[in-house]
Ligand binder design. Structure first.
Ligand code: NAD
Ligand code: UDX
Length: 481
């Protein structure tokens, strides 16, 4: 008999949905049910319009849904019946109380653990899919054990962090660089590791399935994200130096990236990294270090976030400084609001901070994004990043929204605008008719390319005053004070 017949996953979000869809696609012999407390989300997973946009996801869901992949709100039944329960709930940064702005908020995680304990009548493997602070498994183990009324039920906890990136989730899940499974070194712990390995081995060769102890697996996830984000902050710091010195950050990145020890990936200078993971996970890592008395280690990693905030602020200052030090009442077109291309996700997108920065100087931003809805943009622009840090929140709130417009086309965003800011690297931005766009803009017309995706020489030929991040500046762009 197969070691696993049924899998349940708590949390039908960006990770739970795609991950379970790919497991189901590749493992027709396993029933996979994704459950969530959010009824609307489950309804969307069962409809023609999935709740998230991810290339290739529709096809995978279509192939498996109704066969061995199901989405449900009946948590009790499906978690109760499952051999393996993945927990893929959100673990955001705490916004109030001790550790606010740094520590991971494990409320949802603990809620999921209590739920598993209360419905379990058979032994289960509980898999941490969410990104959690190191040692979370220990805490979860206690919650599970003390809340289950049936003493014969045994819980084995595994850490199986997810390394997928949004926009390439299906590709990453189908052909991961590696899958990491952490478990305890007891016979039942190792049996649990073997069972999860068996699931992944349906499509992933064994040599790509790494095993580790629980704490290493938990910490490897935080470390991976910290290293990735650190590369971006490193190249972004150099982009500032390039602009100040006349060097070109793409040439520098290419020159260092050809050193195989450095490698050429993740070296694109940008207006800043975004996404739900990098900042949150680094802050979480810093908090864990601080808690363990490792202040220097925490400071070291915190600098990655500081540099990212600096890069977003530097961009805003560049825009305002270049436009004669005033953007008051000037329309500024924003091309791209998602945190990266090929996703509609806006969590921690640099566009939020850049737009807020421009609006604070009284600019009128007109946003166009091919995938992000206007509701989402308005919600993001009126939500404070860290509530306690915004004593003037209720005052600034209305003004922010007055100065934000969401446009259905890039042309309407740019019409009459003084400037265009490119904040997401969407491929479609490369192919617009910029000569026609230029004609309809207020002159002098500026373009600030925060992603270096456009043809800057061509834009200059058309007449745009063009800022390319980390590249020699147009004489016109020197700041005015
Ligand atoms: P998400 O917010 O999109 O999804 C989480 C879901 O969990 C929500 O739909 C929420 O309603 C549900 N939920 C919360 N508590 C619940 C409960 N008690 N019972 C049932 N459902 C519950 O989050 P996400 O982006 O999928 O991230 C999930 C985890 O994976 C986080 O820890 C994150 O750090 C990690 N992660 C995310 C990514 C990514 O690219 N987004 C990548 C790797 C790891
Ligand atoms: C990241 C990790 O890559 C993934 O392994 C983890 O599981 C979740 O967090 P994600 O946030 O979805 O994935 O996307 P990623 O491609 O890492 O991009 C994050 C941010 O960095 C984006 O805003 C992106 O535009 C930016 N970035 C990326 C750069 O600015 N420059 C680069 O060279 C690469």
């Amino acid at each position: 008999t197969p070691p696993v017949k049924k899998i349940a996953c708590i949390g039908a979000g960006y990770v739970g949905g795609p991950t379970m869809a790919v497991i189901a696609l590749n493992s027709p012999d396993i029933e996979v049910v994704v459950v969530d407390i959010n009824e609307e989300r489950i309804k969307a997973w069962n409809s023609e319009t999935l709740p998230i946009y991810e290339p290739g996801l529709d096809e995978v869901v279509k192939a498996a849904r109704g066969r061995n992949l199901f989405f449900s709100t009946d948590t009790k039944k499906h978690v109760g019946e499952a051999d393996i329960v993945f927990v893929s709930v959100n673990t955001p940064t705490k916004t109030t109380g001790i550790g606010a702005g740094k520590a991971a908020d494990l409320t949802y995680w603990e809620g999921a653990a209590r739920l598993i304990a209360s419905v379990s009548t058979s032994s289960k493997i509980v898999v941490e899919k969410s990104t959690v602070p190191v040692k979370t498994a220990e805490a979860i183990g206690k919650v599970l054990k003390r809340n289950c009324s049936d003493p014969s039920v045994n819980f084995e906890i595994l850490s199986n962090p997810e390394f997928l990136a949004e926009g390439t989730a299906i590709e990453d899940l189908q052909k991961p660089d590696r899958v990491l499974i952490g478990g305890v070194d007891t016979p039942s712990g190792q049996a649990a590791v073997a069972a999860l390995k068996w699931v992944y081995n349906h499509w992933i060769p064994v040599e790509r399935i790494l095993t580790a102890n629980l704490w290493s697996a938990e910490l490897a996830k935080l470390t991976a994200n910290a290293f990735l984000a650190q590369r971006i902050s490193s190249i972004n710091s150099i982009s500032a130096l390039c602009e100040a010195s006349g060097a070109n950050v793409q040439q520098v990145a290419h020159a260092i990236g050809t050193d195989t020890r450095i490698g050429n990936k993740f070296l694109s200078a940008s207006v800043g990294f975004g996404g739900s993971c990098f900042q949150k996970d680094i802050l979480n890592l810093c908090y864990v270090c601080e808690t363990l008395g490792l202040r220097e280690v925490a400071d070291y990693w915190h600098a990655v976030v500081t540099m990212n905030d600096y890069q977003k602020q530097r961009f805003v200052e560049r825009v305002i400084g270049s436009m004669f030090n005033t953007v008051s009442n000037k329309k500024i077109a924003i091309f791209g609001f998602a945190f990266k291309k090929d996703t509609g996700d806006t969590r921690e997108t640099p566009a939020i901070d850049v737009c807020k920065g421009l609006v604070r100087d009284n600019a009128k931003v007109a946003v166009y994004d091919p995938k992000v809805t206007s509701e989402q943009i308005f919600r993001d622009m009126s939500t404070p990043k860290f509530e306690w840090d915004r004593p003037d929140y209720s005052r600034s709130h209305t003004r922010l929204l007055d100065n934000v417009q969401v446009c259905a086309t890039p042309e309407s965003a740019a019409e009459g605008a003084h400037a265009i800011c490119v904040l997401t690297e969407w491929d479609c931005f490369k192919h617009y008719d910029y000569a026609a766009i230029y004609e309809k803009m207020t002159k002098p017309a500026f373009i600030f390319d925060g992603r270096n995706v456009l043809d800057h020489d061509k834009l200059r030929e058309i007449g745009f005053i063009t800022y390319a991040l980390g590249k020699p500046l147009d004489p016109f762009l020197q700041k005015v004070y």
